[in-house]
Design a protein around this ligand. Structure first.
Ligand code: B3K
Ligand code: ZN
Length: 873
């Protein structure tokens, strides 16, 4: 179809004041009667025809103000009233849908024996005809009826207002009323046989709130951590953002068939059970952290997304970027702030920078889309969150807090735009933020270079900064953005060199006070006086802007930063830079000896006793995909992977005694607790194990096997199995077989088993993946399974990008196979091709052929068609 353009936005011609739904749940024939209270929008076109959106719908009855209308006005994709009344009116439409046949998992569908819904972005139109756009806000009342035996639990948005039996039948009903006007994408219902974990809390203003987490029968014990995270998130949002909850109940439902992570439906969040269920034996520390984050994220949407929603889908980052920022801050407060920042930046570089540097690059506020479901991306989410963080860095914490308060106050109950949001900070800070707005409309990752010159005679350190943004699809020419560079000067002896007054260096008073250089021009020169010899600028502290920074720092300078920088993020980042330089030097056939890092890494390992989570991050090299983007062209991932492994092996060998000591010290670590301290200690030990094994695979495999056998928790067990996964042989296969038989009943663990095998960097992995697709536990109908096996394979740098093209073909074939059933999952899998243009010509040709095979298929979904076309474009 034609792309949808932001410039075509028009206010709706009709408004919906109230929606009454009466839903009779049935496995194959669910009847929905929707009664809409409509009226002309005074701001719209008077007398315009009314078009309600539908998607594959069948209407069985239609009435206008009680008078039946011909069914012919309803087509599958829309219902039209050519001449609607010029006053308020009531439209009743009855539709019939088959949730069991809904394999796309959008609209009303079944997960196991339960019924559930997913309406964002455009799923409500698969339930009933509606003005299915986020700027139409309405008060919803939902009555759900079902056979009691089929669905003893019936949940809707808002507060429960009535429930009971349908006399003379085996049926019952529940009525839910949501007093907060909302767009249709936030609508949800759930029905089924579910167990529930209950709790309660009270808001600061004294409102009691009943909390519940609904799970498949028998799994309530696994919901305890999610409930705990929910209560912490609720209290945090009141304390930090002054946002309290606004209904009498808050329900979370975990289902096993879900296209993405979770959904923030008002008062009824529906989750992929991967982000709810956890126990020490079944979930890793990373799973626990993911649950904490996603539970908080969906809860935080109640204000940033639900109370204030988006005017149109171009504004998606208004809710997603802001809510990611909020969940990141929450997790930072719950755990180590520095380690959280490091993990977030690692993910940003791996996912968002890759997207922004490839054919799928798009701006945080796109100006056109052909399939909105393809825009739930790392750019909208993660780069969007970085933009929020930059507001705070630029205007300072007080003006940032005032801007947020203004936003909540002014736009509560409305559908807003990113301009509205920006305006709040312009107002609270008194600053002109118009250039800053370019972060929203310009795609691509800006490159910042820093060059230093030190004059020993005058003791002046000159710092030259320059920025440019590479072209992206549809945006050949870029303009300079405002790059906030938090900075300091680190002397060789480790002390911080004070920047005495700003003016003499060329800094404004604000820059000096905030410790932030604002680079808003293509280039800029700063001059620092009375600087001790050997002083190194520490730039982009805390990763204060989502840019690629290149400096002329020598390895010795980087070791200075790695050892002394007061900013923990930059200590880590300096180490990452040295390590990636080593890998790239090795790739070019040069020496890749880690010897110059011996002292600095030893120091990190020593401090690992105090800050193990940080040490683990330092000991984890940048991923192959990240290094590939650093190289930028003609990448041979086999050579890159091998070079990276050589550096890991070098470190493992060089520091083997220290790593053995780390493992030995951890042996009596005490019982498992999923808290930050315990998780950090495990991460440190497992990083040590992984490097030891890289240096000495035989010994490493033996250590890993012992850990695998003895582990009392999934974190250590899975870490051991991943180490074993890199060592071919019978021991690995036996461990994999045992892991499966021990956990075959636990779907989320079986997913790990699939993913781990898909990640093996060996030539027979495609064959293994094909075999696993035939495994009785595999199913193309379960998104988590598909993401684990096929998505996992798509992220395997050497095997997806095989020179013979077999990896590309495998993913392309599954995309084609799946597209007719679940376009959203198919299109996400196709995202594996996001970096194909980085490859050397041979691989590039194979990738292009595979993409052409996909795009040449007849009857592709709009989702896959869009990704294929843009990837090739
Ligand atoms: N808002 C949902 C994502 C919906 C995706 C629709 N294809 C989850 C979230 O970001 O919280
Ligand atoms: Zn979100």
């Amino acid at each position: 179809g034609q792309p949808i353009r932001l410039s075509d936005y028009r206010v709706p011609d009709y408004l919906v004041d109230a929606v009454d739904l009466d839903i009779h749940l049935h496995e194959t024939a669910t009847r929905i009667r929707a009664t809409l209270q409509l009226r002309p929008n005074p701001a719209g076109v008077a007398g315009a025809p009314l078009h309600l959106d539908g998607d594959g719908l069948v209407a069985t009855a239609i009435a206008l103000d009680g008078e039946p209308l011909p069914l012919g006005i309803a087509e599958p994709e829309r219902l039209t009233l050519a001449e609607p009344p010029r006053r308020a009116f009531t439209l009743m439409v009855e539709t019939l849908v088959d949730p069991s046949a809904n394999s796309a998992l959008m609209g009303l569908y079944r997960s196991g024996s339960a019924f559930c819904t997913q309406c964002e972005a455009e799923g409500f139109r698969r339930i009933t005809y509606y003005l299915d756009r986020p700027d139409v806000l309405s008060v919803f009342t939902t009555r759900i009826e079902a056979e009691r035996a089929v669905a003893p639990v019936l949940l809707g948005n808002g507060n429960p207002v009535a429930a009971g039996d349908v006399p003379g039948t085996d049926r019952h009903f529940a009525v839910w009323h949501d007093p907060h006007p909302k767009p249709s994408y936030l609508f949800a219902i759930v029905g089924g046989r579910l167990d529930v974990l209950r709790d309660a809390t009270t808001t600061g203003a004294g409102r009691p709130v009943d909390l519940a987490v609904y799970v498949e029968p028998g799994k309530t014990a696994q919901a305890a951590y999610a409930m705990d995270a929910l209560k912490r998130a609720m209290h945090w949002d009141e304390r930090v953002f002054g946002r309290a909850y606004d209904l009498d109940v808050f329900n979370v439902v975990a289902v096993s068939d879900f296209n993405m992570g979770a959904m923030e439906n008002k008062g009824l969040n529906i989750f992929n059970d991967k982000y709810v269920l956890a126990s020490p034996e079944l979930a890793t520390d990373a799973d626990y952290a993911g649950i904490e984050t996603v539970i908080a994220h969906e809860y935080f949407h109640n204000w940033t997304g639900n109370r204030i929603t988006c005017r149109d889908w171009f504004q998606l980052s208004l809710k997603e970027g802001l809510t990611v920022y909020r969940d990141q801050e929450f997790s930072a407060d719950q755990r180590s702030r520095a380690v959280k920042r490091i993990a977030d930046v690692r993910a940003l570089r791996a996912r968002q920078f890759a997207e922004d540097g490839g054919p799928l690059a798009h701006s945080v506020r796109p100006d056109a889309y052909s399939e909105i479901n393809n825009f739930y991306t790392a750019t909208i989410y993660e780069k969007g969150a970085e933009i929020i963080r930059m507001y705070r860095t630029l205007v300072g914490p007080e003006a940032f807090d005032r801007g947020m308060a203004l936003y909540f106050d002014r736009y509560d109950g409305t559908a807003a735009t990113v301009e509205d949001f920006l305006g709040c900070f312009a107002e609270s800070s008194g600053r002109d933020l118009s250039q800053f707005f370019r972060w929203y409309v310009q795609a691509g990752t800006p490159r910042v270079t820093a060059t230093t010159r030190y004059d020993a005679a005058t003791r002046v350190l000159t710092l030259d900064l320059a920025q440019d943004t590479p072209p992206t699809p549809g945006q050949p020419v870029k303009r300079p953005v405002v790059v906030p560079l938090r900075f300091g000067l680190v002397r060789r002896d480790g002390t911080e060199q004070p920047v005495r007054t700003g003016a003499e260096a060329g800094l404004s008073a604000t820059e000096h006070d905030h410790g932030v250089i604002e680079l808003s021009t293509p280039s800029r020169r700063l001059r620092f006086e009375d600087v001790a010899p050997g002083t190194v600028p520490s730039l982009l502290r805390g990763f204060s802007a989502p840019v690629r920074l290149t400096t002329d720092a020598t390895d010795a300078d980087l070791v200075t930063l790695m050892t002394h920088d007061e900013d923990a993020f930059n200590r880590w980042d300096a180490a990452q830079t040295v390590l990636s330089r080593l890998v790239l030097a090795g790739l070019r056939g040069g020496p890749a000896e880690p010897a110059p890092l011996r002292a600095a890494l030893s120091a990190v390992i020593e401090t690992g006793a105090r800050d193990p989570a940080f040490a683990a991050q330092v000991l984890t090299l940048p991923a192959v995909s990240e290094l590939a983007h650093e190289i930028g062209r003609d990448v041979d991932p086999d050579a890159l992977h091998a070079a990276r492994e050589r550096v890991r092996a070098g470190i493992g060998t060089m520091l083997a005694p220290a790593f053995r000591a780390v493992l030995a010290a951890g042996r009596n670590a005490g019982p498992y607790a999923p808290d930050a301290a315990g998780a950090g200690a495990r991460a440190f030990r497992n990083a040590a194990l992984s490097l030891l094994a890289a240096g000495d695979p035989e010994n490493g495999a033996a250590l890993a096997l012992a850990q695998f056998d003895g582990a009392d928790n999934m974190t250590d067990r899975l870490a051991a199995l991943s180490v074993l996964g890199l060592v071919p042989g019978a021991a690995r296969e036996a461990a994999l077989a045992r892991f499966y038989s021990d956990f075959a009943d636990h779907a989320l663990v079986v997913d790990k088993w699939f993913a781990l095998q898909a990640a093996i960097p060996e030539a027979d992995t495609p064959e293994r993946v094909r075999r696993l697709m035939e495994h009785p536990a595999f199913s193309l109908a379960v998104p988590n399974r598909v993401y684990a096996l096929i998505g996992g394979f798509g992220a395997n740098p050497t095997q997806f990008n095989r020179p013979d093209g077999a990896g590309y073909d495998l993913v392309a074939s599954v995309v084609i196979l799946l597209d007719g059933k679940n376009p959203q999952v198919a299109s996400r899998l196709l995202g594996a091709f996001r970096s194909w243009r980085l490859m050397e010509p041979g691989r590039r040709a194979k990738a292009e052929a595979a993409l052409r095979r996909v795009s040449g298929q007849p009857a592709l979904s709009p989702d896959v068609k869009d990704i294929a076309a843009r990837s090739l474009g």
